[in-house]
Design a protein around this ligand. Sequence first.
Ligand code: PSU
Ligand code: MN
Length: 302
Amino acid sequence: MNKYLEISSEVKEALDAGKPVVALESTIISHGMPYPQNVETAFAVEKIVRENGAVPATIAIIGGKLKAGLTAEEIEYFGKKGPSIRKASRRDLAMLCARGEDGACTVTTTMMIAHMAGIKVFATGGIGGVHRGAEISMDISADLEELAQTPVMVICAGCKSILDIGLTLEYLETKGVPVIGMGTEDMPAFYTSKSGFKVDYKVDSPEELASFFKTHLDLGMKGGILVGNPIPDEYSMDPEIIDPAIDKAIEECNKLGIKGKETTPFLLAKVKDLTGGDSLESNIKLVFNNAKIAAQTASKLK
Ligand code: PSU
Ligand code: MN
């Protein structure tokens, strides 16, 4: 095992015993939500994973160590430090380890560390993807390349329309990443259950999802799979409220000349401000829903 990896004793015992484990990311804590809701949500998500029969492994880089499984103090530390922690993508991993620094794990680095630790299922809110206007900016999230090369199942609520959802799905098709809808033919759009774009396959239960993923692994497929789990209707947002907020956030982002890894956190925070916190509530609820399905799927993955 690589010397930078530190698996918590609870997670290690579960993995050794073949018990289900669900990976959770830390950028959603430091950059995706404000304090203290970020910490409350992180604790609640871990609780939901446990209630559904699996062990949670929140993943982060602390003092140059790749951690799978955080203590409550470590989660609190991430939540309080917020965006002052470096958002760590694939390109940052070795430098943070070399310098003994902290890093908040995105979908990309959470997949990498989960795979190093032997964790197969990962729940989050939304993934990064092809940004609107990418034909000029070339802003395409490293999350898509990670899905193409690391065999971890990522359960999310789809892509936010801060992204170009159609182009994101085209990119995933090119890279051979299967996109599965949980109980739906439509790719969910994070705050709403339908994007108008089709997933590759619909499954109707965690059992079916586990059986598909097991076959994917048995075949030695090197990449991951992406699961779009729609936000429950009662928490879904009105497109007439969320769509203009997203358009306005993108307009402002372009006007301010924000680029690179700052783009996604800026857009997430702006959308939250423009919707008066309603989007944060939906965001929290959809993460809970993904954690539940992830734990149930991990439990069936034998
Ligand atoms: N999308 C969300 N919430 C998030 C993120 C994306 O709805 O918190 C975070 C995730 O950590 C994701 C990262 O992996 O942003 C993608 O950033 P970028 O677009 O810079 O690749
Ligand atoms: Mn980017």
